[in-house]
Design a protein around this ligand. Structure first.
Ligand SMILES: NC(=O)C1=CN([C@@H]2O[C@H](COP(=O)(O)OP(=O)(O)OC[C@H]3O[C@@H](n4cnc5c(N)ncnc54)[C@H](OP(=O)(O)O)[C@@H]3O)[C@@H](O)[C@H]2O)C=CC1
Ligand SMILES: O=C(O)C1=NCCCC1
Length: 340
């Protein structure tokens, strides 16, 4: 395999150009390219460069509006709503970011509810900046129905990720980001593309029988939630927070059949921001308590914190982001692609 080393700036600018060539406004292209390039830098196989073809085919299918202008609504002291107007979630979120922070500072807590939006990226990148600014942040998104309820024979949930970030005082915030399915749909697709099987327990085939064949999961089968009924309950909660609460679609309501090539679920996102200085205990400031727990975890054995791998990739990428040359060429080819 031949590899290339590319800087984050070049990577972001190249992706931005491709997205603009396929109809995105500069603002939208910038938000998507930054997320995609940053996830690539941080080592994501399923939500970095791999997603560029999906962005392009979705834009070409007419399913999403790459030039949508989100409408930010200041609805209550602790509540911001955004109508993404069938555009991407990332620019809708960006448009509301400063108002959300202002409200969280004033009230101690604030909620952002984004509806009619499309998110194809890694979620932690949305909330990491909040923790860098001193907030505790939690975010959830629903997607398209690919996960079955235990005992069910038809997918109802999305892979519904949950991301959480907390400031640590010194150093990078503590961040985790996980699909509530046993495996992200993107990782199952990457496994299928590379001809690898997936671990037992990840999914079932079209007959509902357990399988390790990623194609059987993708073609008529389904993913399972992590941890059986417990992870399922979290996937259910994500549906309620992203659809019922914000006025978005449930994952099972996403119907892109009239738009062949569409890959971005049209759903919702919720972000909850907390100013931990308002909740400081008599024991110690929040950051000190986080540090105590972190040190206790790190001292408990041969363990690592969530986010450590991502940060190690990010450090390694300071010298350049290493990409597979063939994959990079396929990304460059997207600029001139004319089919969905
Ligand atoms: N837009 C969308 O609708 C969707 C997006 N996604 C995205 O897919 C991405 C991948 O999700 P997923 O595959 O579930 O993530 P992983 O299962 O790879 O990781 C989940 C979390 O657990 C941490 N972790 C992994 N291994 C360990 C370990 N041994 N010890 C401690 N912590 C560990 C990871 O940190 P680390 O990074 O350091 O490994 C990460 O924070 C996410 O970024 C998510 O946002 C997923 C579903 C839908
Ligand atoms: O990998 C996943 O799972 C998803 N990622 C982007 C949106 C659809 C689901």
């Amino acid at each position: 395999m031949t590899e290339l080393s590319i800087s984050l700036d070049v990577l972001t600018a190249t992706l931005r150009d491709i997205l603009v060539a396929h109809g995105c406004s500069d603002t939208v292209a910038n938000a998507l390219a930054t997320n995609c390039a940053s996830a690539t830098r941080d080592g994501s196989k399923s939500h970095g460069l791999f997603r560029m073809a999906g962005y392009v085919s979705t834009l070409r299918s007419g399913w999403v509006d790459g030039r949508a202008e989100p409408v930010v609504e200041d609805v209550a002291p602790g509540f911001v709503r955004v109508d993404a107007r069938n555009g991407f979630t990332l620019p809708a979120h960006a448009a509301a970011r400063s108002l959300l922070e202002e409200k969280a500072r004033q009230n101690g807590i604030a909620i952002l509810a984004i509806r009619d939006s499309h998110h194809l990226g890694a979620l932690y990148l949305d909330i990491e900046p909040y923790a860098q600014a001193g907030f505790v942040a939690l975010s959830v998104i629903n997607s398209m129905a690919v996960v079955v309820h235990p005992g069910g024979n038809k997918p109802v949930y999305g892979t519904n990720p949950v991301a959480f970030a907390a400031p640590r005082g010194e150093g990078a915030p503590l961040v985790f980001d996980m699909a509530t399915s046993t495996m992200a749909h993107g990782d199952v697709r990457v496994a299928a593309r590379e001809g690898r099987s997936v671990p037992e327990g990840v999914g079932v085939d079209a007959k509902g029988s357990p399988t390790t064949d990623p194609s059987a999961i993708l073609e008529g089968g389904a993913l399972l939630a992590f941890g059986g009924h417990k992870g399922t309950a979290i996937a259910l909660m994500v549906e309620l927070l992203c659809a019922a609460l914000v006025g978005g679609q449930f994952s099972f309501e996403v119907d892109w059949s009239a738009h062949p090539g569409a890959q971005t679920p049209r759903t919702g996102q919720t972000v909850i921001l907390i100013d931990p200085t308002r909740a400081s205990t008599p024991l110690a400031p929040f950051a000190d308590r986080v540090e105590l727990l972190v040190q206790s975890i790190l001292g408990s054995g041969d363990v690592r914190l969530p986010g450590e791998k991502r940060l190690a990739c990010r450090r390694a990428a300071e010298a350049g982001i290493v990409v597979d040359a063939a994959q990079w060429q396929s990304i460059l080819d997207l600029k001139d692609r004319t089919s969905a």
